[in-house]
Design a protein around this ligand. Sequence first.
Ligand code: ADP
Ligand code: MG
Length: 326
Amino acid sequence: MDEFQFIDSIKQNSYNQSSIIKGIGDDAAVFRVTNSDIVTAVDTFVEGVHFTKQTMEPFHIGYRALAANISDIAAMGADPKFYLVSIVVPKQTTKNDLAQIYNGMKTISNEFKMDLIGGDTVSGNELTITITIIGQVPLGKARYRSDAKHNDIVFVTGTLGDSQVGLHLLSNDLHLDRPEYEKYIQCHRMPSPRVNFSKSLQSIERISLNDVSDGIANELREIAYNSKVSITIDDDKIPTSPNFDHFSMTKQFEWKYFGGEDFELVGTVPPRDWAKVQEAALKTDVLVTKIGTVHFNTNSIGQVFVKKGKQIQTLEKHGYIHKVGE
Ligand code: ADP
Ligand code: MG
């Protein structure tokens, strides 16, 4: 198959978005919008670094790569609309593998009525997928990690650590036939970005949001640092799956705070808007849990604390815990 045939094979027959003027097939794509802010991001996935063929089928590689990008758009409170894919294809990649990667992307893109509007195809040594995503949000409604304020409620969607459990099971060939563990594998291979939930928060005036791509410890630190506040969370409140305790305490701790790739959302809202967050969660069938509060104290800007019983510890980078008081 030459490049021309390949492009023809991945090209959509029709587009979901009415704003599209020119999709795949020219030097660049064109779409027209009025009265919206455009939100855009790019992410690169390299075989051996971000995924391996041992734990992911080509379909999942495509699905998850686009899911990660969609999650970034959800974390901005925006609606994903378009994506462009630049792909480096090694010689040993088969036509079918390539088709399945695009199938994975198409499957999740259809779920959100998105369109593939361009890309680039080159040969090289490592299978590498770079996705550029474009979303839209009502004027001035993009959500920033710098918007947390003293006394805000800290919340998280879904359960944490599930993707890492899935990766652990898949990498070690463990219990792959146990139905109660299917959820973890699904969560790792086909995560659900929280677009509908975040779009349902639009009536809230001020809210900070971040998606859980690197683990909640990291995401909360980004909010705390960018908002110039500190955050205290309650260890007991961190939501995990019903059989998460089948795994060692060390692993549970590592996975729920530092695991990442759950693509859930963490955020902060003023207490008066908490009911609206709960309503949005109910409406979009997403679990939402209050896990802590935001504080302003000049001595602890950018820090994240975990309360465990009577003890308070700081949550450092790379899973390192440093005790500061009782
Ligand atoms: P050009 O040489 O003008 O960049 P290409 O032959 O690279 O044109 O691409 C032709 C069309 O196909 C363009 O619309 C481009 O965006 C699209 N395209 C090329 N490669 C891919 C890809 N891997 N995925 C999606 N669209 C692609
Ligand atoms: Mg090109």
